[in-house]
Ligand binder design. Structure first.
Ligand SMILES: *Cc1c(COP(=O)(O)O)cnc(C)c1O
Length: 399
């Protein structure tokens, strides 16, 4: 899974080029920087790689979501629909922009169920955020068709699926925009970092200005101090060291994915011998970034029994039904409305609860997640790790 497995001379060389200039800031310092603009170069390379017209680098995947929502004009009073299986960052960004997150069920793609999406659209829905969880696509064509019918923009949270494709087209390029994360456990990493991609120049320009306090980035005789501004923004700027890391990691991304696909196939072959096993629905096996391998058992008890055998043999799998960071029923800080703010914001406004998040609200997702077991797929698979995992899966198959 993480790109740090393949850190090497390329990353060192890129970072040293930044130190040689002494300039860590992505803007200004025209003379001193000797033509080194790593963040700018990374944006261009990432846009070219994904086939998007524009890319805006920011400080994290969470910031990318927030900046994209801001650029789309989403705010207080709006609803944004996402799925109940995702990382907390997706709905944190929605809350932070002032809107309310509304959650859909997932289906056996482990991503947004389009049938449930259609039921949850209201006149307040201002954006839809399908998440391409665990490296593989949501039903983006169906989701996009429903969104288009209602005139609602789609933001693809592609944090876990950089480099993944659906029939040759990069995830993150189907909707109005796509966001990425390069945090330290993502396939390609810059330590911390994120990106928004889009074909919409106005949306990109809004992102570019919003993430830099509203600076219009027009060349002015007074330099940055003389730049104009047309709206208020914030600071989510990526620094040059991250841009340098991103360039080195992006160049390795396709090879990392190829290695993961190979290792996933080894796990899948062994898991297919387990009685009653089925697999997550992957819409395009060739385009799968294969950062994770997910398999299902007929029910929760069966999955627990299999996972006990895997654990006893040193290769326990993740059951996201039990995990507290990625699945709706365990987000007690969301369902309980816990916040630091003295007046209850963002869960309360004017002394009233804005929305009740019932932990039982997504029964179909729970049914699926509780019987799904997941392995992270490494970029580098040692013989020892392979043998332990294959033996554990063989023991589970002998159950
Ligand atoms: C990692 C992740 C994010 C947030 O990215 P950060 O860079 O850690 O802020 C958002 N969404 C999903 C689905 C993620 O996995």
């Amino acid at each position: 899974m993480p790109g740090f497995e393949v850190f090497g001379e390329e990353e060192k060389q890129q970072v040293l080029e930044v130190f040689d200039t002494g300039i860590l800031f992505r803007y200004e310092f025209g003379e001193q920087r000797n033509g080194v603009y790593k963040v700018r170069e990374f944006e261009k390379a990432f846009a070219d790689y994904t086939g998007a017209a524009h890319a805006q680098a920011v400080t994290s995947g969470t910031a990318a979501l927030k900046v994209a929502l801001a650029a789309m004009g989403v705010g207080i009073g709006d609803e944004v629909i996402t799925q109940g299986f995702t990382f907390v960052a997706t709905w944190e960004a929605i809350l932070d922009i002032g809107a309310l997150p509304i959650f859909t069920e997932v289906d056996e793609t482990l991503n947004m169920d389009p049938v449930d999406l259609e039921k949850k659209i209201t006149e307040k829905t201002k954006a839809i955020i399908p998440v391409h969880m665990l490296g593989a696509p949501a039903r983006i064509h169906e989701i996009k068709a429903i969104a288009d019918k209602h005139g609602i923009p789609v933001l693809e949270d592609t944090a876990q699926a950089a480099g993944a494709r659906l029939n040759g087209q990069h995830l993150g390029t189907f909707g109005t925009c796509g966001t990425f994360s390069f945090d330290s456990v993502k396939t390609m990493t810059t330590g911390e970092g994120g990106m928004v991609i889009s074909n919409d120049e106005t949306l990109w320009r809004n992102c570019s200005e919003y993430q830099d306090h509203g600076h219009d980035h027009a060349v002015n005789p007074g330099g940055r101090g003389g730049e104009g501004r047309s709206f208020v923004g914030f600071n989510y700027r990526m620094m040059e060291l991250q841009g340098a890391m991103g360039l080195a990691q992006l160049a390795k991304l396709d090879d990392m994915i190829a290695a993961q696909q190979k290792h996933k196939a080894i796990f899948k072959e062994a898991a297919s011998k387990i009685s009653g096993v089925t697999f997550r629905e992957i819409l395009d096996e060739q385009g799968d970034s294969a950062t994770f391998f997910a398999f299902m058992l007929p029910d929760k008890e069966h999955a627990a029994r299999v996972n006990q055998v895997l654990r006893d043999n040193g290769a326990g799998a993740i059951n996201f039904g039990e995990n507290s960071w990625h699945f709706y029923p365990s987000w007690e800080h969301l369902t309980g409305g816990k916040t630091l703010c003295h007046n209850g914001w963002p869960f309360e406004a004017h002394g009233k609860r804005r929305f009740i998040y019932d932990p039982e609200a997504l029964p179909a997702s729970s049914e699926i997640m509780n019987r799904t077991l997941v392995y992270q797929v490494p970029v580098k698979l040692s013989d020892a790790q392979r043998d332990v995992t294959l033996n554990a899966l063989a023991q589970a198959a002998a159950l």
